[in-house]
Design a protein around this ligand. Sequence first.
Ligand code: UDP
Length: 332
Amino acid sequence: MKILVTGGAGFVGVNLCKRLLSEGENVVCLDNFYSSSEKNLDFLRMNSLRSCSARLSSQARPLCCRVGDGFEFVKHDLIDPLPESVLNNDFDQIYHLACPASPPHYQKDHIYTLKVNFIGTLNVLELARKHGSKILYTSTSEVYGDPEVSPQNEEYRGNVNPHGIRSCYDEGKRVGESLCMNYFRQYDLPVRIVRIFNTYGPYMDREDGRAVSNFIVQALQGEDITIYGDGSQTRSFQYVDDLLEGMIRFMNSEENFPGPVNFGNPHEITIKELADNVISLTGSKSQLKFSDLPQDDPLQRKPDIALAKDKFDWEPQIGLEEGLKKTIEYFS
Ligand code: UDP
C-alpha cells in the first residue's frame, strides 16, 4: 500500500514508519521538524529496512527527497497548502499524526497548535477526500481534560477548561475530531479516530519535557528528578509498540466505524511511583525535587479499553517495567 504518515519524524511517527516499512508498505513521511528531530530519520541512513537504497543524504537535505524504494520524505508545514507532489498521490491510507504533543511543545505557540489541528487537519482531510483514502486521526486522552470519572471511556465528554493553558491542544484535538466526524458523515470518508493515552518508548525527544523522558534522562545523568506537585497525580503509561498495534488494527479493519477508540494501558500509577521505578531500574542516586503543579494539570487519567478489546481484540502486551527498560536502553 501507499501510506502517508504526517508527523512521521516525531516520536510515534518514526516508530510507525519503521513498522510500516518492515511490513513492506510504501511510506511517505511528512514533517516540518517543529517538535521533532531530523535525526530521527537516521535509521534510514544507517540501516535501510528494505535494501541499502533507502538513504537520506545528510549533506543536502532538499525540501522533498526520495530516499529509496518504499520511503520518501517531504518537508512541509501542514498549515500551508499541500505541495502538488503530495496532492497528486493517491494514498491508500493516511495516518495523520502531525501536531506538537507534549505540553512544553504545544504551549510554545498556542495559536500555531490550534492552526495545525484545524487548518492542518482540514488540509489532510481534503487530500483524503480527493482520493478516497482511509484516514486515521490521532486524537488524545487530553480531550477528557481533568476527568471527573475514572476510567474514561469514549462516551465521557470530558472536563476541559476552554480558556486554560492546555486548551490549544485539548480544544484543538476536539475540533480535529469534529472535522473528522463531519467528513465521515457528510462525505462518507473512511475515518478512524484514536484517542492516545500517555505513550513512551524509543525515539522520544529528550527535550520533550514529558515525565518519562525527563525522569529517565535525569536519572541517567544523576540529576534531581523534577516532580510537579506532590506526585500523587496519576497517569497510565503505554509502550509505543502496543499503540502501533492498535492503530494498525483499527486502520486495517473492514468495518466502516470512525470511533473514537481509546488506546492506552489501563495500569494506573502515580507520578511519584513512576519516578521511583525509573530510579530503581537505572540504579540512579538521583533525588526527588518537588515544584508547583502546572495549571490545569489533570489529577488522574486511566483509559477504559473495552471498546478496543471488543472491536480489535486489542490490549497492551508490554508492562511498565519491560517498556521502561527498553526506553532506558534507548536513552542510554
Ligand atoms: N511531570 C512531572 N515532572 C516532569 C514532567 C512531567 O512531574 O518533569 C508530571 C506532569 O505535571 C503530569 C505528569 O507528570 O502531571 C505527566 O506529564 P506528561 O507531560 O508526561 O504528560 P501529560 O501531562 O500530557 O499527561
